[in-house]
Design a protein around this ligand. Sequence first.
Ligand code: NI
Length: 178
Amino acid sequence: MIRDIITLGNPMLRMKSKPISVVDQEIRMLALDMIETMYYANGIGLSAVQVGVLKRLFVCEIPEYHDAPFVLINPVIKLSAAKNAAYKEGCLSIPHVQIEIERSKTVVIEYLDLDGKPRTLTESELPAICLQHEIDHLDGKLIIDKLISEEQRNQLVLQMQDFEYSKALINLVPVVKR
Ligand code: NI
């Protein structure tokens, strides 16, 4: 079942998702719905919070790198390389907006799979970026929190104005700290 994706302005996007204690049928159904929703929205990753469920779970599939979707439950970053991969990221919860963000090029992540079994995943390049982006969602963090300069913020505001974001939503973009 395709679920609605919540967007910027919905306070849930800023909340911390809770760990999943038991991987049961309800969680598996949620994961399947999220995969369907991610495909429908043409995304490469989707966190449970984005469909309004505050649980630490996300799905991810990047066609050039994976031949099947991943479901990661209670993911924890165990190791990350220096921040040296810059990529223009979008987010299904912030439509039409793209921001260049620096993240670790390689990450090692521990998580539970859909059978509740512990697993370790090592990813580099775009998959590593996607994993970091989705884990941020589970902690209430968004790409608009990663701006590195006033100039970049101004560019973002222009993008948002072009796509007719309301002033109230544009005001949610954090000011860059000096
Ligand atoms: Ni996102």
